[in-house]
Design a protein around this ligand. Sequence first.
Ligand code: HEM
Length: 410
Amino acid sequence: MSGVEEIDLTDLNRFAHGFPHDVFDRLRSEHPVWWHPPTANTPDGEGFWVLSRYADIVAAAGDSATYSSETGGDRSGGGTLIEDLPAEWAIGKLLNMMDDPRHAGVRRLLSPSVAPRTIQLIEDDLRQRAATIVDTALAEGDCDFLLDLAAELPLQAVAQLLGVPQEDRHQLFAWANVALDYDDRELGEATARTQRAVAETRAYGTQLLAAKTREPGDDLLSLAAHATIDGQPLTDMEKAMLFSLLIAAGSETTRNSIAVGMLAFIERPESWQRLREDRGELGSAVEEILRFASTTTYNRRTATRDTVLGEQRIRAGDKVTLWWSAANRDPEVFPDPHRFDITRRPNQHLAFGRGGHFCLGSALARMEIRVVFDALLDRVGTVELTAPVEYTRSNKHTGIRHMPVRLAAR
Ligand code: HEM
């Protein structure tokens, strides 16, 4: 096995300084469908399959009958994390951990609210917000790019989309940070702090949903509060889970893409200069930022039946992880894959996943990244790191906790 048995993708320290692309390059070329044995860090004490090749990941993501987002075999838990989540509150209740037909029904309800045409309508509002955010940070000069710049627009936008009062957004942000980071725990563990954050988010969501049920507004939560599928309203659990999912998915991944993207530019001033000179490249630069950052590193599926992938026999009930971050650096699809190339075309990256669970917020995320970089390019001359970047300790999201920078106006 040429030493791959030393690889432990459940050791979060491996991810504490960014995504370990070297490990995945090795897996992709030597063992593209790899059985990860359980280690001392692995939740549930069982191994799982690791897919790192673009073609295999596309195949698995496109076959939800064989690769379920709920469960498979005779396991009771399941879901899209390496660790099994319980059937009572996650499996079949959270949109991204549901299979069709329920999944398709809920998606149909939500899709119009996040469709590109709808998102277009809020472009002017997002542009104004982005300009204010950049001007406020510029006035400070020294700031935390993550907190002061990257996090703000996604948070404001998701609050707007869901109908969350803007004054509560930082509280929700704080809860989501605690719930998604692994600064003081290991995979599969919950601390009193994370349990409290999850419970408080849910309680907040439940209250807000009750308010939207009484007095609906023109927002996504009001829609969920009143929607029916086959004549039946969503269950209270489904609605509460949807709220938590959208707050987390809507703020975390986009802010990290903005921050990781900015870091790539800081390290390559010639790309920043080029984009400033030719703003027509911003569309392809956004796609390259998404590919390069790949902030959702993986999602899991569970095999529902025995199958074969890349000459490996996968059994019903096996956990199978699809590493989008690795697919996005597959040299079979992306020439010179570790190069950050804002003119890369084509760029059919998998940062938003693929298949039936393709990211519902992709149009919003793309728009947010575009308007933030437009505002930065318009107003900011230089961005300089003033201390090392601090990454989140997670194998699920490539995230940045802090990114101290000095901004100078143009
Ligand atoms: C750059 C930012 C983003 C990235 C990289 C990202 C990534 C992803 C990925 C990889 C999936 C697929 C999960 C799977 O196959 O199991 C996904 C699904 C999802 N995303 Fe995003 N996302 C981003 C932004 C957003 C935003 C802004 C929202 C909401 C406003 C959002 C909401 C969702 C939802 C609801 C799903 C589940 C869809 C389903 O299961 O049908 N995402 N996202």
